[in-house]
Ligand binder design. Structure first.
Ligand SMILES: [Zn+2]
Length: 391
């Protein structure tokens, strides 16, 4: 298969989808005989095979079963990023539901997101519940998951999915609306099915194969099961008794991040931001998380690609960007060392040398990272405002 991607540090020798450029190191990716990936095929299915009018009908039937039955019609898990903000807007303005908005605070919100969240809450008028778990425990979990899985975000992945489920049980609210379907970016699920955001999906996608019990064991007495309360998925018996439906809005309406960004910008004055390793053409992407730069940089060290490839691949699938344009953006923005790594390393309590060793140990073959060819990225405008007290 002819490759139009040169062998440079950024556009390395990895085999890539001949359509969207996603490389062979992407989770769940498989190529067909033409070299087209399964995610491209799934998005083609989304555009040509899914009966979206019928899906919308299914959505309306679903919400009518729950509307007005209790103090709240549903839960919307909320980070304040583009997807959960759009989901909340849609649930209220298009479906006329009354949600309880539930937010797990991962301790790393950026200033503009905090302002966006305030504006969204005031403009829509909502009951809002925010929970932040113990910072000292968070730091321990971050280091442990980095060492075990090459991913320091276990607490965020797990907390954001588990906490709203716990609240569903505690407040007796059986319907939850998440944002986009995972089929939009990976092949764990496909668009032919209605994706249930349940414990099975949680173990497949979110928890990196590590349960709260595992963490207690790994940390050898440094944390207890009581400390892990925010990370324990409710029992299947509790969820069954409540009759929980936990679904993605993106299974029922065609997900289009660019369009959704325009809507929330216009309707809620939602403001984008600069993000490390992300071209300015995508001001809406992952703006909420201080550690997005290090998260994507870690992905690059392990897999040889990061967020610019991800974003341009979506545009290519949607017919909004050519491969050559994507290539130019990837070369320019991807794979740099983010300045915010200097913020993260003291939180983890490790040196950069240890960081590199841990990352390399989790590398996905055939990619091999070359630190000597890296460039440094510029610090974000707000990094100086981020608060962290090492005590
Ligand atoms: Zn593809």
């Amino acid at each position: 298969m002819a490759q139009d991607f040169s062998s440079t540090y950024i556009l390395n020798d990895l085999r890539r989808c001949t359509r969207c450029t996603i490389p062979e190191t992407h989770e769940t990716v498989v190529f067909d005989e033409q070299g087209v990936c399964n995610i491209c095929k799934n998005i083609e299915y989304k555009h040509t095979q899914v009966d979206w009018d019928d899906r919308k009908k299914q959505l309306l039937e679903l919400v009518e079963q729950y509307r007005g039955k209790g103090p709240y019609d549903c839960i919307v898990p909320f980070s304040g990023g583009k997807d959960s903000t759009f989901t909340l807007w849609y649930i209220m303005r298009e479906l006329g539901l009354k949600p309880l908005v539930v937010s797990f605070d991962h301790s790393f919100y950026r200033p503009k997101t905090i302002e966006n969240n305030e504006r969204t809450q005031r403009k829509l008028g909502i009951d809002f519940l925010k929970f932040r778990s113990d910072w000292k425990i968070v730091r321990k979990l971050m280091l442990e998951s980095l060492k075990r899985k090459g991913d320091f975000d276990w607490h965020a992945h797990v907390g954001c999915f588990v906490y709203p489920m716990q609240i569903a049980v505690k407040f007796r609210i059986p319907l939850l609306f998440w944002g986009e379907s995972s089929a939009e970016y990976t092949a764990y699920y496909n668009y032919a099915e209605i994706e249930e955001v349940d414990e099975r999906r949680h173990h497949r996608i979110n928890d990196l194969g590590i349960s709260a019990e595992d963490m207690v064991g790994f940390l050898g007495g440094a944390v207890t099961m009581r400390d892990m309360e925010p990370y324990i998925y409710p029992s299947s018996q509790e969820l069954r008794q409540l009759g929980v439906r936990s679904v993605c809005l993106g299974s029922y309406i065609p997900w289009d991040v660019k369009k959704h960004y325009e809507i929330i910008h216009r309707e809620l004055d939602w403001q984008g931001d600069q993000v490390e390793g992300v071209p300015p053409q995508y001001p809406y992407e992952k703006v909420e998380y201080q550690l997005q730069g290090p998260r994507d940089y870690l992905k690059f060290i392990k897999r040889g690609y990061a967020r610019t490839t991800h974003l341009t691949s979506i545009d290519i699938r949607n017919g909004r960007r050519t491969r050559d344009e994507a290539k130019e953006l990837i070369e320019k923005y991807e794979g740099k060392r983010p300045a915010s790594l200097d913020y993260l390393l003291p939180i983890l309590g490790i040196s950069e040398k240890e960081w590199r060793e841990i990352a390399l140990a989790q590398a996905i073959p055939p990619y091999q990272h070359d630190f000597s060819r890296e460039q440094n990225d510029e610090p974000l405008w707000d990094m100086k405002l981020w608060e962290w007290n090492p005590q």
